[in-house]
Design a protein around this ligand. Structure first.
Ligand SMILES: [Zn+2]
Length: 258
């Protein structure tokens, strides 16, 4: 089965890219969608990602990092021209559904760039005292007005909302163009959700067809996360066709490759 990791970041540590490629090879991961979140998250920035895309065009899909309220709308077109195929959004100045940000979403829709939205509580290495950062601004329900206004824009709710799992699930159930990933660190939100039963949240027929595989961990943890995902899907008797959508079909379709 083809595997594409839809959610990963390139950390700013020596040899990270090579180590990540080794981890991808070990786990049979064909390509990874990568973004740089900059110093705040000990990551590379967009320029670093651009270089990596040039070096390894067959292994990485670039997600350009945008902070609504801080980046200009023109950057979306520029990123596309530079070879980025997706956007990664987090830490907005105002809520995601603020009307001031609609030109960003419109631009992404025109360029057919799917958007990966961070949702749920945000973990910063250091509190950003100079900025007003609110996880409420990143509630999954904030994507509802965006999904309504831009029905051809594909969106991914990262981490199924972390702790807002029910709300995130409801958005992907109701909105055709909204998907979710179950990415997250070992011992993170997934432990609670698995204990309750991921199918408690994703309860309707075909719910798992709205999931895309993503890791969002340091390269050393990829093997564990992928294994946990495969075990979970088998335990829940998710059929092979749905698993194909999760591990590659959905993201390939969003990227216009199928
Ligand atoms: Zn992430």
């Amino acid at each position: 089965m083809r595997i594409i990791d839809s959610h990963a970041h390139i950390f700013d540590s020596p040899g990270y890219v090579e180590n990540l490629i080794n981890a991808m090879d070990e786990n049979n991961i064909e390509r990874t969608c990568v973004s740089g979140l900059g110093k705040k998250f000990k990551c590379m920035d967009n320029q670093g990602i651009k270089q990596i895309l040039g070096q390894y065009p067959d292994r990485f899909i670039g997600a350009y990092y945008i902070r609504p309220g801080y980046n200009k709308v023109e950057e979306v077109q520029e990123a596309y021209t530079q070879g980025f195929k997706m956007l990664k959004i987090t830490l907005p100045k105002k809520p995601y559904d603020d009307l001031n940000y609609f030109p960003l979403w419109e631009s992404a829709q025109i360029l057919k760039m799917p958007i990966l939205f961070h949702t749920g509580v945000v973990t910063l290495l250091k509190p950003a005292k100079q900025e007003y950062i609110s996880s409420w601004y990143m509630h999954p329900m904030r994507l509802e007005p965006i999904a309504n206004s831009f029905p051809k824009l594909n969106m991914i709710i990262a981490h199924l909302g972390v702790h807002w799992n029910e709300d995130a699930a409801e958005v992907i159930r109701m909105k055709k163009n909204v998907f979710a990933d179950l990415s997250g660190a070992p011992m993170g939100w997934r432990v609670r959700a698995d204990k309750i039963g991921m199918d408690h949240y994703l309860w309707w027929k075909g719910a798992f067809k709205k999931i895309v595989f993503g890791t969002d961990v340091f390269y050393t943890q990829i093997t564990q996360i992928l294994k946990e995902d495969m075990v979970r899907l088998d335990k829940l008797n998710i059929d092979h066709e749905t698993q194909k959508l999760i591990f590659s079909g959905n993201i390939l379709k969003m990227l216009g490759e199928k």
